[in-house]
Design a binder for this molecule. Sequence first.
Ligand code: DAH
Length: 329
Amino acid sequence: MEAEIKQIVESVKLSIAKAKDLASLTEVVVKSTGRKSRLTEILRSISELNPDERRQVGFLANEAKVEIERLAGEKQTELEIKRAESMHRDVTLPGIKPAVGHLSPITIVMRELIKVLAELGFEIAEGPEAELELYNFDLLNIPAEHPARDEWDTFWLKQGSDSRHNVLLRTHTSPVQIRYMLDNKPPIRIISPGRTFRYEAEDATHAAVFSQMEGLMVDKNLSVANLKAVITYFVKRVLGDEKIVRFRPSFFPFTEPSFEVDVWFNGKWLELMGCGMVSPQVLRNVGIDPKIYSGFAFGVGIERLTMLKYNISDIRLFLNGDPRFANQF
Ligand code: DAH
């Protein structure tokens, strides 16, 4: 048996040396030391031998196994180096273009608006999406029980003791006006882009999650003329100089007078945003004297503007995550 073990090692040594690739090497190792190999058979039958033989044969068979594994390991390293060396890099092959992401059309339009209004001296101000009822409604001159609240279907997040503690998902970006005016003195010139939320049944023109950009300017001697000039300018810059813009009397609790801005589009007037002169009551609410200062504000729906600009028919496309939609812009 001892002679047989020696002979096995010799023949395996030869086979390992002859192995041309990793697959044939693995085959040699499995055949010589695997479960069905002669070596394993010998190790299994050891218990049938007498104690002296058992020790001797056991020692040799184990040693043979270790030796085979050592040789196979060396050979494996050698083959791997050879394989790596044989893989040339062909620098003339065309490269693989990485798939890069794409800006949403909402972001594209938002950035364009920000750029145009920044040129006019407006700075960006931000507020939280989870907002206090106080800022989203009360200080904007929409107290509880005011019928105007019906226009804003609201997701309530937390019920507190009063409107300073009740938390909701902001229904518009207008609360940023309040936050900013509480913290800053006029002159004020801000825009506030961001997400807004309404508890709404969704259809082609209504989404529960959408985006707005608020604008606010407060200074001495501001009038509707300034409001009209700024809004007409940026609408034309974004939608095209040839577009006709109209200001239609409307109502918002936080502005007096209030207007809707319409754009003539494909033979129809389309409503684009609300705006107006900041209500004296709102100015008083944030500690600004309406006898000295006046201001104008606007709130533009970004999806609506983007749909007009790119001729998109369904607002639900913006959030459905389909790259066939997003990649068109
Ligand atoms: N917050 C209004 C809305 O979501 C839009 C709006 C109207 C904002 C008039 C204003 C404004 O700042 O002056 O419907």
